[in-house]
Write a protein that binds this ligand. Sequence first.
Ligand code: ADP
Length: 274
Amino acid sequence: GPLGMGQVFMQARVAPLGSSHVLLLLDDRTEARRLEEVRRDFVVNVSHELKTPVGGLRLLAEAVEDAKDDPEAVERFAQRMQVETARLAQLVKEIVDLSRLQVADALHEPRLVDVGAAVQEAIEWSRTGADAKEIELAVAAEPDLKVFGDEELLVTAVRNLVGNAIAYSDAGTKVAVGVRRAGDTVEVSVADQGHGIPEEEQSRIFERFYRVDTARSRATGGTGLGLAIVKHICANHGGDVTVWSREGRGSTFTMRLPAAADHSGEAGDQPTTP
Ligand code: ADP
């Protein structure tokens, strides 16, 4: 946008340093302001998102009290309280995860991670959900592809993508997960034959709490944080995540991570046989 008074003043003050310094300072300032806005929006959104399950729990607690002479009703309300509590716990966990991931050095002790193994673990977590919906979960992974990073975070990222693929697809469809080497990167793709995402929404779905269809997404139990978490995990590994999608045909999410240099197969590392 147009420069504010403070920025004009600053520009005048630092002008003798040369124009490249001026641009740098202006950039820093805009970036700091943008981050402050992002942080403020996040706090507002978090309070809003927490109000819904907390309000639901309060109503259910009142309902239990009112129904205390009707054991069946008490049991029904108690079960719904468990579901709401689990959802609230998940929301709080994802908010904490995301806050941690936003810190630049979220990868404390990066290690070599076998991507195929991480994907396999994510798949095991998602198997029950897929079976319940009669969705076929297929994996095709090239062996021995490694990245430098945090296995637990990578499992979380793939779990989120596979979980979404299942949640936003109909029964009887297929979800295909692929792991392959592409140049200097390891690609993990998750392809579904689900509802798809309208083109104009595709750039926004990675934002925190953004959902294409709020009602339907809430019904699937989502928090709206899953893809924001995937995006930050990829960024922390020096990679990124993109989406291809056509409405009514399906979506493919692709994580691209820098491949770890693997010297084990190279001649220099092996004792040379005469
Ligand atoms: P949620 O918890 O709502 O799933 P996400 O951040 O994981 O939140 O996803 C944001 C939104 O993107 C979802 O609410 C949904 O509208 C859309 N979305 C994500 N993955 C898919 C998919 N595989 N197919 C269709 N829509 C998707």
